[in-house]
Design a protein around this ligand. Structure first.
Ligand SMILES: [Zn+2]
Length: 298
């Protein structure tokens, strides 16, 4: 396993260990790595074991590890999705065998199946492999599932590039970037000056006190149409900045990245808030700044 793959695996493990399972994950990267990571994570989420998950020994793991024949999907006639192994609560969606897209019909059928009661009594997980091949209609249908997920349900999206999905989808998912994706390299020198400035300010955020943070948030005052865009860009860069910091912490062997993950979750919820009409944009920026500041205190 490469370092970046290991790092992503650690991130996923951290979220398992903390018991805070999100309803949406977006796993991106080149080749088969994100598919394999999603498969492993889906099985781990359903596993009944205690420590190492998937444990490969419990009933859930035996079901999901069944190496059955791979059923060909068909967005018109069905089957619209398949299961992982023989596990009734683990779903797998991808484009039909002769199709070029993942279709809305498949997402709707998936949603209907998930909304039925969980058959194995545990968590339900749906993997949408080739998520970037969903057309807009399918993505919007999926959005509804991400917005109001049934309890104990997670959706894992697999994509080569996260940026190929609608922003509304991305903002509802925890991002896991595996190697090979054109991840935004904040320090690569290709970024425009205002991005580099922002990164430098974030690097120094641990030196700022409450009044300076409030001043910073004040910069996002003004016409709503403008400030919503600005804050969204600010949240996006802050998220990448935190992600970079988490990977560095893991490389340096720091045991917990709980503070950063907490701040990351705040950013996700702030991005969701921004899509609402009555959100106070400046306050959203403030909340994010405070969350990052408190994550980097130590
Ligand atoms: Zn197990």
């Amino acid at each position: 396993m490469s370092t970046a793959t290991e790092n992503a695996a650690i991130l996923l493990r951290e979220s398992l260990a903390s018991g805070r399972i999100h309803s949406g994950y977006l796993i991106s990267g080149a080749d088969d790595a994100p598919r394999e990571a999603a498969l492993e994570f889906a099985r781990a989420l359903a596993c009944e074991g205690e420590d190492q998950r998937p444990c490969e020994a419990c009933r859930s793991c035996r079901l999901s590890g069944e190496d059955g024949e791979s059923i060909e999907l068909d967005a018109e006639k069905g089957p619209y999705f398949r299961h992982i192994g023989d596990h009734a609560d683990l779903y797998w969606v991808e484009r039909g065998a002769t199709d070029s897209q993942v279709r809305i019909k498949q997402i709707r059928e998936l949603q209907a199946a998930i909304n039925r009661a969980s058959t194995e009594g545990g968590r339900r997980v749906a993997v949408v492999a080739e998520a970037e091949l969903m057309n807009n209609a399918a993505q919007n249908a999926l959005l509804r599932l991400l917005e109001e997920p049934p309890p104990e349900t997670s959706v894992l999206l697999v994509a080569t590039r996260a940026s190929s999905l609608l922003a509304t989808i991305r903002s509802r998912c925890i991002r896991v970037a595996l190697p090979g994706e054109a991840v935004r390299n904040l320090r690569g020198g290709d970024e425009p000056e205002d991005v580099r400035d922002l990164v430098a300010r974030l690097d120094a955020i641990h030196t700022l006190g409450m009044p300076q943070l409030l001043d910073w948030a004040e910069e996002f005052r003004g016409k709503r149409e403008v400030t919503v865009q600005q804050v969204d860009e600010f949240l996006s860069i802050s998220g990448d900045w935190l992600h970079e910091r988490v990977l560095r912490a893991i490389r340096e062997g720091r045991e917990s990245v709980g503070g950063e993950l907490e701040a990351y979750r705040t950013i996700l919820s702030c991005r969701r808030e921004l899509t609402r009409r009555n959100t106070n944009v400046q306050m959203t920026a403030e909340k994010t700044l405070f969350a990052i500041r408190s994550a980097v205190r130590t």
